[in-house]
Structures are given as structure tokens and as C-alpha cells.
Design a protein around this ligand. Sequence first.
Ligand code: NAD
Ligand code: TYD
Length: 354
Amino acid sequence: MTILVTGGAGFIGSNFVLDWLKQSDEPVINLDKLTYAGNPENFASLTGDARHTFVQGDICDRALIDRLLAEHQPRAIVHFAAESHVDRSIHGPGEFLRTNIDGTFTLLEAARAYWSALEGDPKTAFRFHHVSTDEVYGSLKPTDPPFTETNPYEPNSPYSASKAASDHLVRAWHHTYGLPVTTSNCSNNYGPYHFPEKLIPLMIANALAGKALPIYGDGQQIRDWLYVTDHCSAIRAILAKGKVGEVYNVGGWNEMPNIEIVQTLIKLLDELSPRADGKSYAEQITYVTDRPGHDRRYAIDARKIERELGWRPAETFQTGIRKTVEWYLANQDWVANVLNGSYREWLAKNYEAR
Ligand code: NAD
Ligand code: TYD
């Protein structure tokens, strides 16, 4: 048996691949285009591991996906590949529509053709799992209850609109063609290999580099935060026990305003890697102009996945964020390579000659 993972060189996808191969020997075909966010260094520890096959390619490339499905006969597709950064979607939405909508459409069509031709147990067992976000539900007021799976879709950014469109396609491919899909809508993840353009890794990298810690607007925007390996275990649970056609909200039961996230990081950095001048990293906080259309609050009601699949996060925010800061302190080369783009040279060295 084999699974096909898309976007397995990105933040969550690479954590998923590493975690998957820690838990089982079932091989992974890892399809990733290696955009700026894809980094093969994330799975450098799998070099020479026959259970992992990396393929550089685009989810919009139907012929490539058809070939991979025919060749490897996966029992499941786990679809992470996406453009994922809200700020980038504001500056340039086109690529978000192409990858998140057209790419998901292409993958669904390839999966449908492949699954339709299967017979017996492989056909019954096949799953297409779509990884999505809580941002499709829009923004909550301070007293609103957290998002459940039946909340209406009200996406506000080009990113969340493109993810919402992909969720609708996945739903329609199940209802119309019977494709055995599941979808998860997860809150903000954090942890190792998080690209330093997102809040938590950016703040750690900037703090250590002596740069400003840019807080958008008043810093009172609220997100729910989940340690990335907990997201991975939720997806494993859905693949193993999830009901076809169902949606599962995944979250960490940890709503926090951005400024508190940054203050937590500052406290940990002051303890684990104090500034040379003895001052706190808090000196580097700078309030900057808010993001246009900035969603004020996201919160996830994760009771369905707990009730039906027995999943709960293993990490608290306190344990997860400490692990995260310790990982970034121990892996400053990874950050430096991401920032100076030198992982692309590593890529040429490691893959072009193969
Ligand atoms: P990421 O930006 O770190 O990684 C995305 C990966 O997809 C990269 O490796 C990139 O090279 C690859 N990719 C992009 N376009 C591609 C294409 N056309 N073909 C093949 N590969 C392509 O993103 P992430 O944070 O790891 O998010 C993964 C998934 O999880 C996304 O679908 C995202 O919407 C969803 N999600 C993310 C979060 C979060 O907090 N990061 C939360 C909930 C859901
Ligand atoms: P981000 O990590 O980009 O995730 P998302 O927008 O998908 O939730 O941002 C998390 C929150 O942090 C969001 O409210 C925007 C805010 N933010 C800042 O205040 N400063 C920053 O430099 C960044 C990148 C984000």
C-alpha cells in the first residue's frame, strides 16, 4: 500500500510525511512543485529512505498525476498543496486561484478517473483527503460560538476564497460522482519547518536578527493555534476512521490574540536566548498598518472529530510553543538557508543528478 501526498515539501505536508513514516512503513509518494514555500531540506532526514519518493511537479499537470496514480496505485491521496499565505494572496491572487482551485480540480478529475477504474476492495478503501482551513468560515464576533462544520462559508481574503472554492469542488465530486472524499478545516498551525513569512516563525527569526516585530493593527486579532503534529494525527485519524463525505473541524482549543502570541515568544526567547544587551526582545515590537480586510477572530469547535474519531490534540499551547522556539533556536541554519534561498542549490545538488 502507498499514499500520494501533495505539497509534502511545505510546512504541514513535510511534517505529515515525516510523522507518517515514523508511525508506519507505508510508502509515500510526495508530489510538490517546490514553489518558494517548498523546501526539500524539510525531508533531508529521509534521504536514502526507500519508503519516500519525491517528485517535483505541479498539481495542475494532469498527465503527471495520471502517470503517478497508474504507476504507484495509491490507496489514498492526501492533498496539502496550496498557496497558503494571506498577505501574498492580497498582493497577487492569481496563483492562488490557479493552484488552489484549478489544481484541486485537476487532482479531483485524475482521482475520479483512477478510482472509477478500480474494483473490489481497493475501490472501497480509496480515499481523497482534502486539507483545508478554518478561514473559509469568515470572521467571528467576540461573543460568537466557535466554527462548527455547518457554519456558512464567508471567506474574506483571496486565499480563503480560493480554499472555499476548492472545498466546494471536493464536496461536489463526492455528491455528483461518488468520489470517496473527506475534508478537514483546521485552525492556524505552528511548529518546525514553518516558513518564516507567517506570524510565529517570522517573529522568532526577526527577534533573533535584531529586527522589528511587526504587529498588524492593534494586535487584538484572535486565532486558534494547533501544534502541527496534532494536525498530522487528526488527518491520520480521518484517513483511518473518517466517514466518506464528511467534514471535520480540527483545532487546538487555544484562542489567543496575536499580541499575546508575540509576548509568549518574547518571554521564551528572553529565557532561552537572551539579547546580548540584557534588554527584552519586547523592545523590538512595532505596530504597523493593518492587513486589508483582516479577519478579526477565528475559533474552532473540534467536538465532532473528538466524538466520532476520538481525536484530541496531544500538545497544549505551552508545551507546543516551547518545543517550537527550541526547534528554531537549534535550527538557525534552516532559517538562514530559507531566507537566502540557498536551499535551491541544495536542491540542484541532491536531485538534478538523479
Ligand atoms: P506551505 O505554503 O508551507 O506549503 C505549500 C506546499 O505546496 C509547498 O511545498 C509548495 O511548494 C506546494 N505547492 C504550491 N503550489 C503547488 C502546485 N501547484 N503543485 C504542487 N505543489 C504546490 O503551506 P502549509 O502551511 O503547509 O499548508 C498546507 C495546507 O494546509 C494548505 O492546503 C493550507 O491551505 C492548509 N492549512 C494550513 C494552515 C496553516 O496554519 N499553515 C492551517 C489550516 C490549513
Ligand atoms: P499568519 O501567520 O499570516 O496566518 P493567517 O493570516 O492565515 O491567520 O498571521 C497570523 C496573524 O498574525 C494574523 O492575524 C496576521 C498577524 N500578523 C501580524 O500581526 N504580523 C505579521 O508580520 C504577520 C505575518 C502576521
